[in-house]
Structures are given as structure tokens and as C-alpha cells.
Ligand binder design. Structure first.
Ligand code: FES
Ligand code: FES
Length: 167
């Protein structure tokens, strides 16, 4: 049986016919051609499919597409802006935090959710936020370094903005 699901994807309104058994990952990848979210284990173990659902990291491979109805979905395609890559994306490139890159979209989304609620996380808080995201290539150290670098830059940007506002 097919149903219409309506949701916001990366700030655009979307309507899509989905089969009742479709996952959100299938809706994104095969219904909308948004292939940034990766299909890894397809059973909730690896985190490669992580997107944000109303700002919360969510494993889209085990989330029914119909659960997105009326909600806000952010995928890795929504991280960059017209001004350029998200600071996390820039930091991952600079720190060499992506090798094969298969895990990277999911890790970026988990990290983005962390930095949205905490711009000054400890190393342990970063580890905890990324604990559901597996990476076979990097050994994780460069990923943690990249998240710390992005957090520092976001704090500096916020501080500069505050200083401008009070000047
Ligand atoms: S593909 Fe979703 S957790 Fe692995
Ligand atoms: S960079 Fe290859 S799995 Fe993480």
C-alpha cells in the first residue's frame, strides 16, 4: 500500500509517495535521489544512515518513512550553505578525518547535532555523541580532532558576532 508523506527536507517542503514498508533511508535515497545518507548495515548498527529528525540524530535505515510526516529532516546534503561548507565539513577535510568516506555523512550529522546543543564539548562528550557511528578506516582520532576544531571555530565565530553586536 502506498501513502503520501509530507515533510521538510533541508528546509524544502517535500511530498513523496512511499510504500508502507519503506524506511526513511529508502525514501531519501530511492524516492528522492538524495544519496548522501549511506546504506551500510541496514539494521541499525553502523550509523552511516544517520540523519536529523527534528534536530535529533536518527538511524534512517530503521525509521519508517511514514514517521517523517510533518517533521523536519536534515540530511548531509543540508549541512553546507551558499556561503560554503559547514565548519565540520571543512575541519574533516583539513584533519584528514575521512578516508573511504562511507561513514562520514552519518558522523557529520551526529556531530552537527552535538554542536547545535553544545558548542564546547569535551573529548568524552564528542566520543559519546559519536558512539553509534562506526568507522573502519580512521581509528577515530582524526574524527575527534576535526569535531574539536569545528567547535572551536564555531565558538570563535559566535564570539566575534557578539563583539560586533555590542560594538
Ligand atoms: S545503515 Fe543504518 S545503522 Fe547502518
Ligand atoms: S572513513 Fe572509511 S569507514 Fe570511516
Amino acid at each position: 500500500m502506498w501513502s503520501l508523506v509530507r515533510f521538510e527536507l533541508n528546509q524544502d517542503r517535500r511530498e513523496l509517495g512511499v510504500a508502507s514498508h519503506w524506511t526513511l533511508l529508502e525514501a531519501l535515497r530511492y524516492g528522492l535521489g538524495m544519496t548522501g545518507s549511506k546504506q551500510g548495515c541496514d539494521k541499525g548498527d553502523c550509523g552511516a544512515c544517520t540523519v536529523l529528525l527534528d534536530g535529533e540524530p536518527t538511524l534512517s535505515c530503521i525509521t519508517p518513512a511514514l514517521e517523517a510526516e510533518g517533521r523536519r529532516v536534515t540530511s548531509v546534503e543540508g549541512l553546507a550553505t551558499a556561503e560554503g561548507p559547514h565548519p565540520l565539513q571543512a575541519a574533516f577535510g583539513e584533519c584528514g578525518a575521512a578516508q573511504c568516506g562511507f561513514c562520514t555523512p552519518g558522523i557529520l550529522m551526529s556531530a552537527a547535532a552535538l554542536l547545535d546543543r553544545n558548542l564546547d564539548p569535551t573529548r568524552d562528550e564528542i566520543k559519546e555523541a559519536l558512539s553509534g557511528n562506526l568507522c573502519r578506516c580512521t581509528g577515530y582520532t582524526k574524527i575527534l580532532d576535526a569535531v574539536e576544531l569545528a567547535a572551536r571555530r564555531l565558538r570563535e565565530a559566535e564570539q566575534a558576532e557578539d563583539e560586533r553586536a555590542t560594538a
